[in-house]
Design a protein around this ligand. Structure first.
Ligand code: NAD
Ligand code: FE2
Length: 387
């Protein structure tokens, strides 16, 4: 292993219950006088958005609301938001919601002053250097789920409906200026979203921790993130109003995304084609495929996982960790197979071709190709861990 890398953890996070009250002042301190408030079509009708807008009004910050964002946002959502942003001459974006609304808001702000098309900025090689940095507007991120960690990330995941693929749009300046992480905003998440988003945070920490690159900062954050998931996800799932569990999960989500600067792996590589073709929830899809990938990666990660298991207070073995993951999935009602999840097996060939090309595939500790992915999808349909 080469002991070298590029590390960066600079997001300014205002963390704590009730801190949504600081949104108006935060917008002003980020230099916004008339931001566009981006959220999703379901959340816009909830009291969460009323609270956010009240604090902006109290600080004298006028906003327009754009809520035409679907779960798993598509390019048309970005184009519609851009039109509103440009017509209204907005000077920043407040992105409020789950990963879908956060990603859409970040990408709209990024595209504000670009002259090239969205897909020219896909996270491939150094394509991000094509962007004009002076055309990127500032973002304040307000997460309402605890999973993606998009509030501290430099990317947005947008579906390209013309080719049915999830694509990552990346630029270092896409990182929000300020993230307001207020766990009270997550208490209304339905249990199934709590489970799916929480498992996304786990997948981020775990894939980062297992990745082959040298990044001890990420490894440390990922370890503690997994401990927070272990101690709090089932609690938050069982009692949504448990603010302490909600706070720890919100921290774990931000930690997952901080850690995955190191890279992700085959859980995400297999999950993205499923999400693109079947419009499934991202985190829940990860939760379904995770143990199959874990079992496949075993030869490369056995010692690392034993160390993780020891830190978690389990028997210091791979088997103990895998058993804990399976038990957590059961507690959270995660389907054991893609079939039980409602995914058809008619597109295995197409998905097996897509998965190794996903940008996350390269971070898997064991190299994957279409044949491996085909086997992993078959395992995930059959419920066979393949150990
Ligand atoms: N940028 C990144 O680094 C990154 C990382 C992982 C995932 N993602 C992307 O994020 C998206 C998934 O985000 P997500 O898992 O947060 O889900 P989401 O944003 O798609 O939201 C899922 C559902 O939960 C609802 N919801 C959100 N907050 C709620 C609340 N507090 N109370 C009640 N309902 C609420 C939403 O309205 C929506 O219907 C996917 O598109 C995925 O690809 C991005
Ligand atoms: Fe994810």
């Amino acid at each position: 292993m080469r002991l070298e890398g590029n590390w960066s953890y600079p997001t300014s996070v205002r963390f704590g219950a009730g801190r949504i009250a600081e949104l108006g002042e935060a917008a002003k301190s980020a230099g916004m006088a008339r931001p566009l408030f981006v959220t999703d079509a379901q959340l816009v009708a909830t009291p969460i958005i009323d609270r956010a807008r009240e604090t902006l009004a109290a600080a004298g910050v006028a906003v327009a609301v754009f809520a035409e964002v679907k779960a798993n946002p598509v390019a048309a959502n970005i184009e519609a938001g851009l039109a509103v942003l440009r017509t209204g001459r907005h000077d920043g974006v407040i992105a409020c919601g789950g990963g879908s609304a956060l990603d859409a808001g970040k990408v709209i702000a990024f595209m504000a002053g670009q002259r090239r098309s969205l897909w020219d900025f896909e996270d491939i090689a150094d394509w991000w250097t094509r962007a004009d940095p002076s055309g990127i507007l500032p973002v304040i991120a307000v997460p309402t789920t605890a999973g993606t960690g998009s509030e501290v990330g430099r990317a947005g995941v947008i579906t390209d409906a013309t080719v049915n693929a999830k694509k990552v749009i990346f630029h270092p300046l896409m990182m929000p200026r300020i993230a307001i992480c207020d766990p009270t905003l997550t208490v209304g998440m339905p249990p199934v979203i709590t489970a799916g988003t929480g498992m996304d945070a786990l997948a981020h920490c775990l894939e980062a921790y297992c990745g082959p690159n040298y990044h001890p900062l990420a490894d440390g954050i990922a370890l503690e993130g997994i401990r927070l998931v272990k101690d709090n996800l089932a609690r938050a799932y069982r009692s949504g109003g448990d603010l302490e569990a909600r706070a720890h999960m919100m921290a774990a989500a931000a930690m997952g995304a901080s850690a995955f600067q190191k890279g992700l792996g085959a859980v995400h590589a297999l999950s993205h084609p499923v999400g693109a073709l079947y419009d499934t929830h991202h985190g829940m899809t990860n939760a379904v495929v995770l143990p199959y990938v874990l079992a496949f990666n075993r030869p490369a990660i056995e010692r690392r996982i034993a160390r993780l298991a020891a830190y978690l207070g389990l028997q210091p073995t791979f088997a103990a960790f895998l058993a804990w993951v399976l038990e957590l999935r059961r507690e959270l009602g995660v389907p054991h197979t893609l079939r039980e999840f409602g995914v058809g097996d008619d597109k295995i060939e197409a998905m097996s071709a897509m998965a190794p090309k996903d940008p996350t595939a390269a971070g898997n500790p064991v190299p994957i190709n279409a044949m491996v992915c085909r086997q992993l999808y078959c395992n995930a349909f059959a419920g066979e861990l393949g150990l």
